[in-house]
Design a protein around this ligand. Structure first.
Ligand SMILES: [Zn+2]
Length: 89
């Protein structure tokens, strides 16, 4: 599992990418900038939309609801996402 710090940022990025409500106080200002940039530069990394249905951008599973894909990404891919954020930002 990613460190607590990374886990918070991962959760924030996944929620943002899925347009779920985020608590801006959850992450530092620096991390929120990082998150916004990561999503903009990697638009299909977490979420792929096909015919209005949501699929996991990492393993292709789906379709999911937004909430379902959020849970899937956090349960299965939190470490992959933390690594990607580190290496791509
Ligand atoms: Zn997946």
């Amino acid at each position: 599992m990613a460190s607590m710090m990374e886990y918070h940022v991962v959760r924030y990025i996944v929620r943002k990418a899925l347009r779920l409500q985020v608590d801006e106080a959850m992450v530092s200002f620096k991390d929120s900038i990082k998150a916004t940039r990561f999503i903009r530069e990697n638009p299909n990394f977490l979420v792929v939309t096909k015919k209005g249905m949501l699929y996991c951008g990492i393993c292709g599973r789906g379709p999911f609801t937004r909430r379902g894909l959020y849970l899937h990404l956090m349960r299965v891919h939190a470490d992959d996402i933390a690594r990607a954020i580190e290496s791509r930002s």
